[in-house]
Design a protein around this ligand. Structure first.
Ligand SMILES: [Zn+2]
Length: 369
């Protein structure tokens, strides 16, 4: 019997507007012989949350990763989520191994933190920012984390691993520095995707029967206003703080400004009034208490603060010196960046089976049962 082999590629911030603005013959060919589906990302539309959703085939209510930065409600202490201590669901790799689908599984990411979060069940696990020596031999010298080249390096490493070891299940996720810096029609952005497309072309040509899924974790849009929801409330007499969900150590990407935030109140009795005040604030589009947010967005209720706020299309939330200030960044996190494409090639499922990016993982898991 022929072995089934699956490659899942998450192009970080690889939304439709980026793909459509570049000449990508391989992706076009995959879409034409398979499908191209407009689907949803998980909200908050940030990298950790969506990669973990895809790589576990579940929503955050199940896998528990709701943010890049976790605040302990009891102690008020915050920490970056950079390993799998908060992960509550098995990875695709673990299930693929346990079900005997795969002899060999592989994970390729740019950042070490995502590697530590998702590496359970992998035989091969490579982070482009700090790869094992043999991968430097295979794919070239290490590239800076703030570059397009690091994603090209990553795809080359995938290509070489498929040639040499041919794992049955591969998950690869790039990084979105290019999209944070450049709009879809910018030359840098087009070059970035054209090169990725060419390497994907090699991968397809060398094994045209492999099942391939290409999707994204979120989109990316230009922002002009920065708002601190905690400061807005505090200035109106409701002591509060807020954590931009995008907050991580890679500040050159986005300055820790993103389109979604968790708000923590000093006094929880003030939640209804705080929601009214936030909804009355220019730039805030949606605000929900914990129970509502957990239900609507399928988030883990113990990990989303007292209020979940989403920004409008041109606003980002941050921890600021003033309540509102002008800004000039490209970022994500809100509902407006929660639309992503899914390309399926050699897929046993129909395009309409995919509503969310994480359905790539979910359907794969179901097929193992
Ligand atoms: Zn991302």
């Amino acid at each position: 019997m022929k072995r089934r082999k699956v490659l899942i590629l998450c192009i970080d911030a690889g939304s439709h507007d980026y793909l459509a603005a570049s000449d990508l013959p391989t992706l076009q060919e995959l879409a034409e012989s398979g499908f191209y589906r407009h689907a949803n990302a998980v909200i908050p539309s940030v990298t950790n949350v969506n990669n973990v959703s895809i790589a576990t085939g579940t929503f955050p209510e199940t896998h528990g990763i709701t943010t890049n930065y976790h605040v302990d409600r009891a102690t008020g202490k915050g920490e970056f989520i950079e390993d799998d201590r908060f992960l509550l669901a098995p990875t695709l790799f673990q299930t693929a191994k346990a079900s005997k689908f795969a002899d060999k599984t592989a994970l390729f990411v740019t950042k070490k933190k995502l590697l530590r979060m998702l590496a359970s069940g992998t035989d091969i696990a490579v982070a482009a920012e700090d790869p094992p020596d043999e991968y430097i031999q295979m794919a070239g010298p290490v590239e800076p984390i703030y570059s397009a080249e690091i994603n090209w390096w990553l795809l080359r490493a995938v290509r070489e691993t498929l040639r040499l070891e041919d794992p049955e299940l591969v998950y690869c996720s790039t990084t979105d520095w290019v999209q944070h810096k450049y709009a879809p029609d910018a030359e840098h952005s087009q070059q970035h995707l054209v090169m990725l497309d060419a390497i994907i072309g090699d991968i397809v040509n060398e094994d045209p029967e492999r099942e391939i899924y290409i999707t994204a974790d979120h989109g990316m849009l230009a922002k002009t206003v920065a708002l601190d929801p905690g400061r807005v409330l505090t200035e109106r007499g409701i002591p509060a703080s807020s954590i931009p969900i995008i907050k991580d150590r890679y500040v050159a990407h986005h300055g820790n400004l993103g389109g979604a935030a968790y708000v923590f109140l000093k006094n929880r009795d003030e939640i209804p009034e705080a929601i009214r005040q936030l909804l009355d604030t220019s730039g805030v589009e949606e605000a929900y208490n914990t129970e509502e947010a957990a239900q609507i967005f399928r988030l883990h209720p113990e990990r989303i603060g007292d209020i979940f706020v989403l920004a409008d299309e041109t606003t980002v939330f941050g921890e600021l010196e003033t309540a509102v200030e002008p800004t000039n960044v490209r970022s994500h996190g809100s509902r407006h960046e929660s639309y992503v494409p899914i390309i399926g090639y050699n897929s046993p499922w129909a395009a309409t089976d995919f509503e969310y990016n994480l359905d790539v993982g979910r359907l794969f898991l179901e097929s193992l049962r």
